[in-house]
Design a protein around this ligand. Sequence first.
Ligand code: COA
Length: 254
Amino acid sequence: MSKYKTLLVEKKEKWAEIIINRPNVLNAINDDVVADLHAALDELKGDSGIMGLIISGAGDKAFVAGADIEALLKRGRDDALKGINQKLFQKVEDFPWPVIAAIKGYALGGGCELTLACDIRVGGKTTQMGQPEARLGIIAAAGGTYRLPRIVGTGIAREMFFTGKIIDAEEAYRIGLLNCVVEDDKVIGKAREMMVKISKMAPEAIRLGKKALNKAASPSHDHGKIESEYQAILFESKDKKQRMTKFLEKKNKK
Ligand code: COA
């Protein structure tokens, strides 16, 4: 039995694999996922036997369809100021070895932001990505506002944030959001193929190379704090409560 409530963690030759395992809610990130991911990342970052990490989602339908909307609805100003998912995704970005997101199906909202904190994104034909938070009355405050423009450029990032549009795999590849697109059943294999290549490199060159890349990309002032402060305002808004309640009502009507 896995020691994690919401994750499956496996060790391969030279890397580890984490599968977020809540397929019934499209692997949405709730408090248990946050706690489990912190624990797994803390444990794996000290593992001298690995040089990388692959993160994927259970089932065929989704990588992660976002933060759990039921949990989000209950969160208020003080929770936003804690930057719960923001701190978690920073830990993903700071993981000492390359992290690859192996993405089948939906990577939306916090799910898309999680992939942005990874070093490499491998997509499948069914991959759909987007930051639809504004539909729910909030913003992408888990690093999305600074990581997405860094990867796809500010014009495309703004369009994605402001229209909430969800893009398919081909478009994600075209704008540089995905490194490559393969058949769905080859996504994990492609990520592993990359890990095999990485594991043949000199470990210190990979570790220090990633550190240098992270430093070059890190914002000069605390954008995280700004995101959290704006999210704190939105978490108290009527719009947020109405829009999230509407999403959950649809679910209960089924
Ligand atoms: N939080 C909580 N539950 C979620 C969820 C989320 N982010 N995303 C999906 N789910 C749940 C659904 O409520 C549904 O639960 P149910 O079977 O108990 O009703 C289950 O996962 C399957 O999703 P469903 O909506 O029935 O699948 P679909 O194929 O019709 O639509 C999506 C898929 C991804 C388009 C749709 O689920 C969606 O819009 N999800 C929210 C995406 C989002 O806004 N994410 C950003 C959050 S910040």
